[in-house]
Design a protein around this ligand. Sequence first.
Ligand code: 6PG
Length: 402
Amino acid sequence: PRAILFMIPSGKPLDAMLAKIVPLLDKGDTVIDGGNANFHDTRRRSAELADRGLHFVGLGVSGGEAGARFGPSMMFGGTPQSWDRLKPILTAIAAKYQGDPCVDLLGPDGAGHFVKTVHNGIEYADMQLIAEVYGLLRDGRGKKPAEIGKMFEKWNSGRLKSYLMEISGKVLTSSDPKTGKPMVEIIVDAAGQKGTGRWTAIEALALGQSATTIEAAVAARSWSAVRETRALGEKLFAARPVSDAPPLDEADLEVALLAARIIAYAQGLSLLAAASDEYGWSLDLARIAEIWRAGCIIRSAMLDDMARAIRAGLPQGVLFFAPEFRDDLDRAQNSLRKLIAHGALNGLPVPAFAAALAFFDSMTRARGTTDLIQAQRDFFGAHGFARLDDGTTGQHGPWTMG
Ligand code: 6PG
């Protein structure tokens, strides 16, 4: 049997190639899609090829150009038969974390591409959080890019150690060969996106989840695209008051970034768990954290702790309830609040941090405010509510139409 790997843009180009190649294949052959496909397409293509006796593998591949040359992290979605056949090749080319290849069969059909999509969603959140810290330091404290880069390089030797932290430090300390200016100062501040971050947010909502930190990062990229609108807004609201709140210190920023990163992962993992239930994938979340430990864009020192915490069982499925991360959140809580207050009072946008804190505060408060929402729903539509005292459901309040 043959195995054919496509690494081409997802969507129509892949369907066009499949239309050409499938008639030439024999039963038992495997087609592998190594692109960033939407997992709904992968499920459809898997079913179509299965009808013809062919295997289809949705292979999430992360690692960029360096990963392509020196070993990526790979998230395999497909049949056990195709995994058995391809395992020797994929484990040989995968990045290794202390000898353990960063590739595994994660589930059938779209499982690999779904995990890759969430990986990218977390990637968006992490990048955005780092960019928000850069903004606070640049616009709030007047720091030069190189100074911020040095700070990031220092943080990269601590608990924040990660590929994205490392490259952010390198980027900020780089100069434009043409002008000698800091590289970031000549780059247009409008971010591109190819869809995976947006899909993560869409799928989260579709599954009754809310990956708000990731969604905030997607929104921030969209807002960045409307440069003329932002320029007009700055002119119209030029008199924005600047607070005299004391500046944040470096330690606050460092621990707040760590806390928000953990919260973004927590939301990503909950989304994976929800999708696993919905699609019957039996995803092994600890194994997913393990195969993200090397090769991929979100690789970080924290992932090993995460895998261990998940294996030990997350209380209520929440990553930051695990002992390994509880302390980080406890220590960082105050700094996270200071960071967001500082941003708000000075007009410096911190949407991903704010989303992370709102999630944390909601998940750590036993009594919420939806008793009022339930009463409102019952008032205008007789939707009914459950009583706290005797547990009866479908109850109604004493409201009268008015
Ligand atoms: C990776 C990257 C890779 C790609 C992103 C960029 O894991 O290697 O995530 O897949 O660089 O898709 O996505 P955007 O263009 O949407 O930022």
